[in-house]
Design a protein around this ligand. Sequence first.
Ligand SMILES: [Fe+2]
Ligand SMILES: [Fe+2]
Length: 304
Amino acid sequence: MFTLAHLSDVHIGPLPRAESWRDYLGKRALGKISWHRRRRFLHDPVIAMAMISDIKAQSPDHVALTGDLINIALRQEFVAAAQWLKAFGPADWITLVPGNHDAYRPFPWAEGAGLWSDYMTGDIKLASARDPVDPDALFPFVRQRRNIALIGLSSAVPQSLFRAGGRVGQDQLDRLGPILQDLRQRGFYRVILIHHPPVPGLTPRRRALDDDKDLKRIIEEHGADLVLYGHNHRHGRSALKTPFGTAHLMGAPSATSPGFATYDAAAWYLYKIRRQDGAWTTSVTVRRWDGKQGSFVADPAYTL
Ligand SMILES: [Fe+2]
Ligand SMILES: [Fe+2]
């Protein structure tokens, strides 16, 4: 049995002080106002700390983290998130993909999300997967853990004002099909990690992937076992029929959410993946934040 934890959208706060007024031009100005007026009440870092303890207590074999570590892509936020990741666990135990808030404004890779690149690099040689040496072309990457393959996609591209969408892009889409095919032929259980909901209809257009129809078509054609995403700050569960079985699309809420307004309270998912009699079975336990108890509580497990 292989156990995989999934969490998302940590939105580490509070916002650090900017280094220059230039940091607050354009979209970041709106982001800063939004943080102080509203978003800081929607994200409590204490909950993420409790979640990390809860995950460690369950000692999963691996952890998937689907982006939005930070808020408005200030230099100090990238540094704080790198420290947060390191305190959480080693890069070979946690696999990360970036979210739209990690690319809130264009930012030099090496001083930005590049600080987290140890958590976003592949370790299996595949013809279509990225080699971990080129920081401009990190995605898609593939990591192997026993007979589980984790495929990391980036949907994080800077957005105009009032948009929170994303894009996988033609290069990643062209590589994804052969990767899924290759891994299937080798008998791997295939887990795709992506920040945005992977298919149309799971989020409003202004928050959606530009190319979600293309991504859906590739998953439908080649199959995948599990697609883990975040972004909506709500639970999500849907499925796609493929010639190779059902692809389960599973969304986790924000890891720092107390559960105000229309957002679900923080939760993380514990997947138990088994190969039995030539077929995969996946059971799921959702562990939800209970604000009254100040701890995470398990829902009854179910099988996908
Ligand atoms: Fe988010
Ligand atoms: Fe997001």
